[in-house]
Design a binder for this molecule. Structure first.
Ligand code: GLY
Length: 568
């Protein structure tokens, strides 16, 4: 009898909790991520999420927590977290005001269009990916200080001190990190003249301490942003880059500034999506893909069904073709954003789409617009106890960037120069083809795919999300939003669900291996799609936060990494 009463009570609790949440309660096996009432941080490392969350608990806002989390990732996740890279943040304040900051790296003043080409105009292997020539002028410190100055509320020492303490105390190596370090050690040796901290045979559960990085952060705390761009740190950095054959000068650092940008906004059903504007292609491509998909009934087709994969793939193919031609740094080229994301243009782009067979990428080029004269990264999402939301993606570009590690300062330097099109028409390390709009010029920002995104539903905050993954970033963000909105998944399910990717060229659907129905793969192949399950064991590592109907938060921390949600 008691047993029956317990079952009845559990059943009633389940019904009540289903009424309070948005999604998936028709599916009693739905899997939820961490649920909290007031605030949450989701990032690639538990240590960084915890430091950000502690700042919120002390009364700081999402922008204070952004500074703390960004720099704590530089300590705990050197694979992509950084002082030597850059990123983008999109925000939505509790009063609905939105904005974005671009702290993307820039090409040095002495960069030239052909700097990665030999005398025969062929790209020189590895010059844009390994070592000092690959390094763009870093933007992260300028970015976090600009955010703090405009939107933060706590004194900067309250934010930096826990990060410095973490660097001194050290960070425990995870199993995944052990594998990553081992995998890249041959390249560390190839690039660096002297032995570096990561040459050691680190094993899971070891603790890596970062005293040099702590010292750099202490100087930044004492002297502010100028320490990195004009002070002792800048001098050490410039000398180090020069000694390694690079071209970044003190003038390059002194001239660097982060830029406030207007985010890309668009609607999809009852959602309003707010995402990153150029020099990231993320927001424009996400808008293009979602607006191309909107007229189709994905919810009726079913998640990862044949028709859903075809519709999404064909939208992706067309958006990436446009990306390669039209997108670049808006301070240098005119990007026809309004046309690119307009319904008229996008419905024309999909006019030749049919479910009967695959479109060939050979028959797809960029759309015609009259212009009057234009994988390894990391993402974190934060919602604070006041209702402010941020979405930040930050990067060194490749895993451990250029692999060049400045031991004296304690951080890796990016290889973001590879995100330019060194030779228009030739693929970069992500296989992305670039055009003139993204050619190299002094002080220009290289085109990005980073897609930090915030979603409103019926005018209210609904989701904050993003992911690393190079060229696969935009399609991973797209599928995660669709998973929640169209397929009624929880945040955790939406993040965990198997992903696929098409980027126009190469003309193939990249799929996470052994996660898709084999009969669907066979049917896609019969329709003319080429499937590649080999190239990428995982596509993206999405971190997101979903606002539930009762105004509590659900974190989605991607199981593909060590990602962790922390909140209260
Ligand atoms: N470096 C990756 C990106 O910006 O898209």
């Amino acid at each position: 009898m008691i047993k029956h009463l317990v079952y009845l009570a559990l059943f009633l609790m389940l019904i009540i909790s289903c009424k309070e949440t948005n999604n998936s309660c028709n599916n009693t096996t739905s899997k939820r991520g961490l649920i909290t009432k007031h605030a949450m941080v989701v990032s690639a490392r538990a240590e960084a999420s915890k430091i950000g969350n502690d700042i919120l608990k002390k009364g700081g806002n999402a922008f204070d927590a952004m500074v703390a989390t960004e720099l704590a990732l530089a300590v705990s996740y050197p694979y992509a977290g950084n002082l030597g890279g850059g990123g983008f943040m999109v925000y939505r304040k509790t009063n609905g005001e939105i904005g974005a900051i671009d702290y993307r790296e820039k090409a040095p003043l002495s960069a030239t269009k052909d700097m990665f080409l030999d005398d025969n105009k062929n790209t020189i292997p590895e010059k844009s990916t390994l070592g000092a020539m690959a390094v763009g002028v870093p933007g992260t410190i300028a970015g976090v200080f600009a955010v703090h100055e405009k939107l933060g509320s706590l004194p900067i020492e309250n934010i930096l001190k826990p990060v410095i303490a973490l660097a001194n105390k050290g960070v425990v190596v995870t199993k995944k990190q052990e594998h990553r370090i081992k995998k890249y050690q041959p390249l560390f040796t190839k690039v660096n003249k002297d032995s570096i901290l990561f040459d050691k045979d680190w094993k899971a559960n070891d603790t890596i301490k970062y005293p040099k990085l702590a010292k750099t952060l202490e100087r930044i705390l004492k002297y502010g942003k100028d320490e990195f761009y004009k002070g002792e740190t800048s001098k050490i950095l410039v000398k180090f880059i020069k000694d390694n054959g690079g071209i970044i000068t003190e003038e390059d650092l002194a001239k660097y500034e982060a830029k406030w940008r207007i985010p890309i906004t668009f609607t999809y059903d009852d959602l309003k999506v707010i995402s990153m504007s150029p020099p990231s292609s993320g927001g424009v491509c996400l808008a293009q893909m979602m607006k191309m998909i909107e007229p189709y009934h994905l919810d009726e087709y079913g998640h990862n069904s044949l028709k859903a994969i075809q519709t999404i793939t064909e939208a992706e193919r067309r958006a990436y073709a446009d990306r390669s031609f039209y997108l670049g740094d808006p301070d240098f080229v005119e990007v026809p954003i309004n046309t690119l994301i307009s319904e008229t243009y996008l419905s024309e782009r999909m006019s030749d789409f049919t479910l009967k067979n695959a479109t060939s990428s050979n028959n797809i080029s960029h759309g015609n617009i009259q212009i009057i004269e234009s994988n390894e990264t990391t993402h974190y999402s934060i919602i604070d106890q006041f209702g402010n939301a941020i979405s930040v993606t930050t990067t060194l570009n490749g895993a451990y960037g250029s692999k060049l590690y400045c031991s004296e300062l304690g951080f890796f330097l990016n290889n973001e120069m590879d995100d330019f099109s060194s030779k228009p028409g030739q693929p970069n390390m992500f296989g992305l083809i670039g055009g003139e709009a993204n050619s190299i010029a002094p002080e220009k920002r290289m085109l990005s795919s980073m897609t930090p995104t915030i979603v409103e539903k019926n005018g209210e905050l609904f989701m904050s999300l993003g992911t690393p993954g190079g060229s696969t970033i935009m399609t991973s963000v797209l599928q995660t939003i669709l998973n929640v909105h169209e397929f009624k998944m929880t945040m955790q399910e939406a993040v965990d669900a198997p992903r696929f990717h098409h980027q126009w060229l190469p003309d193939e659907i990249l799929m996470e291996p052994n996660t898709f129905n084999t009969s669907i793969i066979e049917q896609l192949e019969k329709l003319g799609y080429s499937i590649n399950e080999k190239n990428s064991p995982v596509i993206g590592k999405v971190d997101g936060i979903l606002v539930l109907d009762d105004k509590s938060y659900e974190g989605g921390a991607d199981h593909r990494g060590d990602d962790t949600a922390v909140g209260f």
